[in-house]
Design a protein around this ligand. Structure first.
Ligand SMILES: *Cc1c(COP(=O)(O)O)cnc(C)c1O
Length: 368
């Protein structure tokens, strides 16, 4: 079976470094915090340098990262936050969890990211923030979004859970808005060996507030400035992430190379759409999703041929149970079409040329 991704294979390639890093945290008993919180600080510094941002605040996971950023910006009950109609539920869930209301905007038909024109239509006097999601590794249209944020005085939190190292007009995503949030869920392009996440920002005060909220409002031992929560990036995950961050550029380059091969091979096939993106963006291909009319049949046949595929995501956010009562069936036509047609293909840095050729051959065969 050719899987969608293979984390064990990745581990085997860096086993020595990872094992040494884990052993070192255990030897120091630096599981949470530890001496000067050294493992987490080391990763936070390296990640800030990589992105070109002033502060990284490690937290428990990517969902908490969004929630904590919202709380730190003072988003609360009665506020509205605009999110794209296609994402993983964490994006809208985080908004609801701080007491605010997620308001959905449809996406762009060619790029699948939030449509700036649709954002503007959804702005009311209750709107406080926009959360663009850099879906599948492609940046949202940040110039337009930052323009709206200025015009209407709205905060911007970039959900970068799928887009570590993705670039928009020469700059890393996560560095445009008030804050960027990352997930290091194991399957993401930069993944830990458990749950982990981070908030990045150039605003020192905001970073400090996030740090307080993530650690019980504690400024120093037994001094609690406010109530917060328990959402810390732990020692072992930090050490693993530091090792993996050093390999990330090479892994992202390989992802782009594989995506190029798929794109080239599929360009001529009728009835199938391959991912497109503007010249000013560097797509990092967390997912390579094609669009086909009869994806169920194709998925079944590929499965029979030993090729695993995925559907990200079968339902647009507004039509999930917690939100569907608020929406009419005909709203969000673009998201509706995309979510009924996308199919994600195997793509991970360790996939072999032979496997790529096999996937290509089978798809060409099945769709011709
Ligand atoms: C994975 C993901 C999250 C949530 O991250 P967790 O670490 O699993 O909490 C948020 N937003 C998007 C777009 C994601 O893909």
């Amino acid at each position: 079976m050719i899987p969608l991704s293979d984390l064990y294979l990745q581990y085997k390639g860096i086993k020595k470094e990872i094992d040494t890093a884990i052993q070192s945290v255990i030897a120091d008993s630096a599981f949470i915090g530890g001496k000067n919180n050294q493992y987490t600080k080391t990763f936070e510094t390296a990640f800030s340098e990589y992105l070109g941002v002033k502060h990284t605040v490690g937290v428990g996971n990517g969902t908490d990262a969004i929630e904590i950023a919202l709380l730190a910006l003072g988003i609360e009950n009665g506020d509205e936050v605009i999110v794209p109609a296609i994402s993983w539920i964490a994006t809208s869930e985080a908004v609801s969890n701080v007491g605010a209301k997620p308001v959905f905007a449809d996406v762009l038909p060619n790029y699948y990211t939030i449509d700036p024109k649709e954002i503007e239509k959804k702005i009311t006097d209750k709107t406080r923030a926009i959360i663009p999601v850099h879906l599948y590794g492609l940046s949202s249209e940040m110039d337009e979004i930052m323009g709206l944020s200025k015009k209407y005085k709205l905060f911007v939190i970039e959900d970068c859970a799928q887009a570590h190292g993705a670039i928009y007009k020469g700059k890393m995503v996560g560095t445009f808005g008030d804050a960027g949030t990352f997930s290091f869920f194991p399957g993401k392009n930069l993944g830990a060996y458990g749950d982990a996440g981070a908030i990045v920002t150039n605003k020192s005060e905001l970073a400090e507030k996030c740090r307080l909220i993530a650690n019980h409002g504690q400024e120093k031992k037994n001094v609690h400035m406010r109530e917060g929560r328990n959402s810390r990036l732990d020692g072992i995950q930090s050490a693993i992430l530091s090792v993996k961050l050093s390999h990330l550029p090479k892994w992202l380059a390989r992802r782009k190379e594989i995506a190029k091969k798929y794109t080239k091979a599929f360009e001529q096939i009728k009835g199938m759409t391959v991912p497109t993106f503007p010249k000013y963006a560097e797509h990092t291909f967390h997912l390579f999703t094609i669009q086909v009319k009869n994806r169920k049949i194709l998925q079944k046949k590929l499965h029979e041929a030993g090729i695993e595929t995925g559907i990200h995501y079968p339902t647009a956010l507004p039509f999930l149970a917690p939100y569907e009562k608020r929406h009419k069936k005909k709203e969000f036509p673009v998201a509706q079409k995309i979510t009924s047609e996308t199919l994600s293909l195997p793509l991970y840095p360790e996939i072999t040329e032979k496997q790529i050729s096999f996937v290509v051959k089978k798809i060409v065969e099945l769709l011709s």
